[in-house]
Design a protein around this ligand. Structure first.
Ligand code: GAP
Length: 512
């Protein structure tokens, strides 16, 4: 399927089956803000549970907290967000459309990657089985020139951004002859920095009220609680603090569905280590996080590492895990070595000591931090992109979400074949036993075939059909979503059979 079509289908599917709705749709919607429906909320909660348990339950030295969205405004001054959490923006004077200057340049560089791919594919056809892709990339003059051009562009861009030279960024856009996708013109304004934080007022009287921010990352709630957790939990280095929560960014280029939202959720973990140990732990967490993704059973080719060209103001090393969404490889998770930047800044701005006393060496120091930061909504989109499938079944096509069973919104659908002869009562008996352990659905409307299709479309791994034979011998049909195989199973064996497959343990056990 063409990837663009796939993306459109996923968006439509999310709405049709109660996964995601546009926020305030009744009033024509609010851009880049979304609501999760009945199935979306379940899937989202299951992803959270997988992450939370993988972090806290599976690592003795990692604990979880839940800090407030509103924080003292000085937190954001100390963290650098007030002064440096900006996007460089440029407007096209003809279309009046606003763009992120960095995105325009990155998309230009991405187009060169497409040209390289075309050269590779042409050569692959020409050389057949003899083709050595790596050798071709390293020796073909056209590809060498393309790659050099990419490097040169990024070098100019990174240097200009680091020097705060926005005129140079604009000149780069002009030199590359980048045109506005809407008007097609190259009539650009100057580049300006735009702070991404939303602000609001705390207090009832506007004049006396303080400006406070909606947090743009959950991490600062962890940093300001470092001492509280370390002392009350008597934590020894290295240890981690994990958190799941809402974050807010006034994204200007808010596109691609739930990929870039103005209100979203992050799952972040700060791992506090001795200075000098940070690179060792950085590598360990890179490995652990990739393992977490691969345990989902999604094609490993869809993930790749990307080293940051331009490090954030707080980092001394940073890698992204990118995922191949229907619109290309994009950032899913960041793993950052944040040095002692944040804790030192909070020491300075609060005037309070934020130290760790090492009993062994008798030294006291500000710990270094390795951070793992993943978007919950982007993980949701990853799963939908990888698990949405259309399959031919006879003359029919079925849409199925092959979601890993422990994450599926509904684990089991219990379906009486007909609405009489004691079948609904028997179906309810099964449901009443299973519902303590998992989310189940009871459905008696429409033909059994239609009901199977509806459950496939929301990713239900198991359907249990109760028929007339069930009343006689207390056996039922267990239907498996992925293979569509059906087996006859005694009713008293169902719970055990299904539980082992849908338990979060099946994912978590792959992490050890
Ligand atoms: N504490 C570090 C931090 O916030 P980030 O790279 O800005 O780093 C981390 O964000 C993750 O949060 C990203 O990898 C992405 O998955 C998610 N994220 C960031 N901005 C987002 C947005 N506007 N919409 C949805 N997810 C977003």
């Amino acid at each position: 399927m063409v990837q663009e079509d796939l993306f459109k289908k996923i968006i439509a599917h999310c709405k049709e089956y109660g996964f995601i709705f546009q926020s305030s749709e009744l009033y024509d919607g609010l851009s880049a803000v979304y609501d999760y429906g009945q199935n979306g909320a379940e899937l989202k909660n299951n992803i959270k549970e997988y992450w939370w348990k993988a972090m806290t339950q599976m690592n003795e030295e990692v604990v979880g907290i839940d800090s407030a969205i509103f924080m003292h405004p000085t937190v954001w001054k100390a963290s650098g967000h007030v002064d440096a959490f900006n996007d460089p923006l440029i407007d096209n004077k003809d279309s009046k459309k606003r763009y992120r200057a960095d995105v325009l340049i990155e998309e230009y560089v991405e187009k060169i990657t497409d040209k390289i791919k075309k050269e590779v594919e042409k050569a692959r056809k020409r050389f057949g089985d003899q083709f050595d892709e790596q050798q071709f990339i390293e020796t073909n003059q056209r590809v060498i020139d393309y790659r050099q051009k990419q490097k040169d562009i990024m070098a100019v861009f990174v240097a200009a951004m680091e020097a705060g030279d926005l005129e140079r960024v604009r000149q780069l856009i002009v030199d590359l002859e980048i045109a506005c996708p809407v008007s097609g013109s190259r009539n650009w304004t100057e580049v300006r920095q735009f702070n991404l934080m939303f602000d609001t007022k705390l207090g009832s009287v506007t004049e006396g009220a303080n400006t406070i921010y909606l947090r743009p990352e959950t991490a600062q709630g962890i940093f300001v609680n470092y001492l509280n957790v370390q002392k009350t939990g008597r934590m020894k280095l290295p240890f981690g603090i994990a958190q799941i929560g809402k974050a807010f960014r006034n994204e200007i280029v808010a596109r691609q569905f739930i990929f870039r939202m103005r209100e979203f959720e992050q799952m972040e973990m700060q791992y506090f280590v001795k200075p000098g140990d940070e690179m060792k732990w950085f590598e360990t967490w890179k490995e652990r996080r990739m393992k977490w993704h691969l345990a989902l059973g999604i094609n490993p080719q869809k993930y790749r590492w990307h080293a940051h060209d331009k490090l954030a103001h707080y980092a001394n090393a940073a890698f992204d895990i990118e995922f191949e969404f229907p619109f290309g490889f994009k950032e899913l998770e960041g793993i950052h070595s944040r040095t002692d930047f944040d804790l030192s800044q909070h020491e300075e701005f609060s005037g309070k000591k934020i130290r760790y006393f090492d009993n062994e060496s008798g030294e006291s120091f500000v710990p270094y931090v390795v951070e793992t930061s993943i978007g919950l909504d982007r993980t949701f989109l990853t799963i939908l992109s990888a698990c949405y499938n259309e399959e031919k079944v006879g003359d029919d096509t079925r849409v199925v979400l092959n979601i890993p069973a422990p994450l599926a919104p509904v684990k089991v659908a219990v379906l009486p074949l007909v609405k009489k002869d004691g079948l609904p009562e028997l179906a309810r008996e099964i449901l009443d036993e299973l519902k303590f352990d998992m989310n189940c659905q009871y459905e008696e409307k429409d033909s059994i075939g239609k009901r199977y299709r509806r459950q496939d479309a929301i990713g239900t791994p198991f359907c249990i059909t109760v028929d007339h034979q069930s009343v006689e011998d207390r056996t039922v049909t267990l239907r498996h979503r992925d293979s569509m195989e059906q087996e006859r199973v005694p009713m008293d064996k169902i719970a055990q059979l299904v539980k082992t497959k849908v338990d979060m343990k099946t994912l978590l056990s792959k992490l050890v």
